[in-house]
Structures are given as C-alpha cells and as structure tokens.
Design a protein around this ligand. Structure first.
Ligand code: ATP
Length: 353
C-alpha cells in the first residue's frame, strides 16, 4: 500500500468561541492532490475547520501543516495571503464595485498587470466566464457568480483549495454542471482540495477521500466507499446512507431481527445492539424460488432511478420501506422471500448509538 502524503494536515486542533468549544482535539489529513470532502451535520464545526486552515481564524490549540510545513501553531502563524491557499467561501463574495476580470485578477497582485490579466482571463475561460469579463457581479446569476469565485480562487494556482459548500443555493441542474466544472478545474490544477458539504450524496459523488465530522471531531476518514460499507459507528452508517434499523440482543453470536438472524461480531453475548440494514442488503426472490423471511409487496412509489417499496413482513407488524433500483422489482401483491447480504448489515452495541 502506498503511504498517504498529507497535503494539508490539522493535528490536535481545538477551538473555542467564548465559552463554547466547537472543535475538540481534531485530527484531519487531506492527502496531497486529493479532493477531500469534510462532511457532517449542521453546526459540527466544518466551516470553522476551513477558516482555521485558511488562517481566517487564529489557531488556539494544535498545529496546521501544508505539505509538511507548519503554517500555524500556538506560537506562530502564517497570514492567509501567504499560505498559498485558494478560498471559495459562501460568505467570501465577489467585490461588487470591481468587474469580473478585476475580481479574478485581485488575488494576483504580486504579478505585473499584463500577466495578471492573462492569468485571470485563462481562469475565467476555464469556468466558461470569459465573455463576462467586463460585467459587474450584480449582472450575473448566482451560479455565474460562483463560477467567477471559483476562477478567483484557482487563478493564483494555489497548492491548497478550500471550498465551503460551493454549490449550495443552486438548482439541481446548475449544481450538477458547476460541480462538474469545479471537479475538472481542481483535477487540472492538481491542488490539494478540502471541500465542506453537509450532503452525503454530493460527498460520495466527488470525493477521493472523505472525512466525517461530528461534535467538533473527525469521527471516521477514508475512501468514501469504505465509510459507506464499513461505518465505524451507527452515526456514520446513518449519515452516509439509508438504513433500516432494529434493536435486539446478541444470543449465540446472532441477533434475531424481523428480516432474519444476523451475525454479530462487534458485540458480546447478551449485549443490546442496534442493527442497521442497507437497502441493497435485501435480496428479494419470488417466494417459490428463494429462502428467507416471507413478505408481501405492498405499495410502491417510483422515484425515477429508484422505487420506494413497502414490504409487509410475515414476521413483523411493522412494514419495511425501502428504496431499491427501479428495475426488475416484484409486483405489488406478490410474495417474496427476503434474505440478507450480511456485508451490508452493521451491528453496534446500543451504547454506541
Ligand atoms: P453549517 O453546516 O450549518 O454551516 P458547520 O458545521 O460549518 O455548520 P460552523 O459554522 O463551523 O459549523 O459552526 C460550529 C459552531 O460554532 C456553531 O455552533 C456556530 O454557531 C459556532 N460559531 C461559528 N462561528 C462562530 C463565531 N464567530 N462566534 C461564535 N460562535 C461561532
């Protein structure tokens, strides 16, 4: 296995606003050249982490390194403008009194005017906004402004890009196209990128590496698919995708659930456990062909690529609602045998809940 080279690293970082601790002993590694998503619920401290990394917030505890060079600790701090970071923050709006071109060339002020404009125009062309170079921000739509903000962040070719919810507030179509362009630009520049989002689907879609935060800490980090398939807590399992949940007790190494018995490796005999079943763990076969828990297919709702299916289990009064790929689903009213793929079933002691 190749070692991960950290492009950006936060070590033992804690941060307090007044008497409220919002970051608590946080460790975060953004692999060099990766697009890492920092994912977590509202208020868990994601933006604060980004602001600390950018140098917009003074570090109180811990250390921040870029390419193994310390840019901030409790004694020293390198100011934002010399950290070689590009910022695209929600509240880091364009300057209203400057044209699009001037907005983008603003961060290139160490260069002679001629080269500044060349680089700024190149950056605008990459995000499809060159034709708007002489416009003012108020003449642009929200999506166009975000493209310009992206060009501004990328124009100086920073080693590290920090993006805070860069696609929020856009409709689905614009969001998808801006996301596509942003990914392309980031890959072209090769910048180590940390992008904040609270949307797990978005994170799974774009991230090379994922860091999940909760309560001011990174609680799990790794490849997106590993977090989805091997969550280390119920929180991670729930946050990254849908799951049907049951509570049960471990007896002879198994937990009995309405969907059948599930092996329990993470818990001790007699433990009360929470069982989380990913929808794709469910194998549905016609009753005559399969083995497992018998269920009748109830209502269904087409959601496009997926269908929400209601399964009325013979073993439980409570129906199961599950989103499954829309193809080849059993008909309403038919009986199916439900069996489980245990690799997509997670069991945790209830104390971890
Ligand atoms: P969201 O997804 O809602 O943007 P977040 O995960 O980015 O949230 P932060 O914006 O980092 O969270 O905020 C973490 C906590 O710190 C919140 O409770 C917030 O109210 C608080 N906080 C952030 N900035 C300040 C500040 N300047 N002064 C006081 N409290 C702050």
């Amino acid at each position: 296995m190749t070692a991960i080279l950290p492009g950006l690293e936060l070590v033992g970082v804690s941060h307090t606003f007044g008497n409220k601790t919002v970051i608590q002993g946080l460790d975060l590694v953004v692999p060099d050249g990766s697009l890492t998503c920092l994912l977590g619920p509202s208020g868990c401290g994601k933006t604060t982490v980004l602001r600390l990394a950018a140098g917009l917030e003074t570090l109180q505890v811990g250390q921040i390194k870029i390419n193994d060079v310390c840019v901030a600790d409790v004694n020293n701090t390198i100011p934002p403008e010399t950290r070689n970071v590009g910022l695209m923050f929600q509240d880091y709006a364009l300057f209203p009194h400057l044209t699009v071109l001037r907005n983008v060339s603003f961060g290139l002020n160490s260069l002679p005017t001629g080269s500044r404009d060349v680089l700024a125009k190149e950056a605008l062309a990459r995000v499809g906004m060159l034709d708007a170079a002489s416009f003012y921000p108020h003449m642009l739509s929200g999506g166009e402004q975000q493209r310009v903000a992206l060009a501004r962040a990328a124009a100086p070719s920073p080693g590290v890009m920090l993006l805070d919810e860069p696609f929020s507030g856009l409709d689905t179509e614009l969001r998808a196209s801006l996301r596509q362009d942003t990914l392309r630009l980031i890959k072209e520049t090769g910048a180590t990128t940390l992008m904040v989002t609270h949307d797990p689907m978005e994170a799974m879609l774009v991230a090379d590496h994922l860091a999940l935060m909760n309560g001011g800490r990174v609680v799990q980090a790794g490849l997106p698919m590993d977090l989805y398939r091997q969550p280390n807590t119920p929180f991670c399992a729930r946050f990254l995708g849908e799951a049907i949940e049951y509570i049960g007790f471990v007896r002879s190494g198994e937990v009995v659930t309405p969907l059948g018995s599930v092996p329990s490796e993470n818990a001790k005999e007699g433990d009360e456990v929470v069982v989380l079943v990913r929808p794709e763990a469910l194998n549905l076969r016609p009753e005559s062909e399969g083995q497992g828990i018998i269920a009748t297919v109830g209502g269904r709702r087409d959601l496009g690529l997926q269908t929400k299916l209601e399964l009325r289990l013979e073993s439980d009064d409570e129906p199961v609602h599950v989103n499954l790929p829309a193809q080849d689903l059993p008909l309403t009213g038919s009986k199916v045998a439900v069996s489980l793929d245990f690799t997509m079933v997670f069991v945790f002691p209830v104390r971890d809940r």
